[in-house]
Design a protein around this ligand. Sequence first.
Ligand code: URA
Length: 263
Amino acid sequence: MPQILVRIPRCSLLSTVVWQVSSRTDTRSLHFVLAGTYIIHGIAGDCEAVAESRGVQRIAANGGSVPLSGSIPELAEKAKNCRNCDLWRNATQTVFGEGGSRPRIMFIGEQPGNEEDKEGKPFVGPAGRLLDRLLVEAGVDRKKVYVTNAVKHFKWEPRGKRRIHKKPSAREIDACRPWLDAEIAEIKPAVIVCLGATAAQAILGRTFRVTQHRGEFIESPLAVHVMATVHPSAILRAPDEKTRHEQEREFVRDMGQIAKLKL
Ligand code: URA
């Protein structure tokens, strides 16, 4: 079961909120909750709005907070002002996830790149174009796909006039994590595909190695089917044409398993 860290800012009457609190396995209706920080395993869907109106927030490992729930457009709107880490300072804008009207498959990348940062949309640059082409080849229905990133701001360093991608730190990934959790809670994907090590380690733990387990379905509380594979950017960096074709074939083979699922 996923664990959500929440903060209740003041003693709250939460009579309709059903919590599975901490290690207790019973689902209980708590009538009055003391202000404080709780680990919970979920809130019954229709009770989220009540909890939110009482100021309950998800909190990140670094203490930053995000709303407990919301539709994707609502979350995206609130994420525009996220200051949970410092990456917003050098980025053009927050790049939130987006995708099909009733998505069943969530792809998680690392962070927006240069083009995504300027356009404000995920996977619209070279890696996104390659992803789109390989999904078509694999037979994955793009209408069922929601794309997002582990980190919602572009982290970069200057090299001459260019902005060069810089890997986000564990702290920055942790700071952004509640947004990802909120997206997962809202979309409830049947399938999560982690693209590359950053997403895989955010979702499957820091010891997970894409090189050892790519294309395998991994048990996770977050979705029925969870898989990690290489990031399309890594394919774009292949040293020669032959290697790139080989890597594309392997990626399509991984995605073929997703295409076969009954979703
Ligand atoms: N790489 C990512 O991980 N995400 C994007 O949105 C674009 C490139």
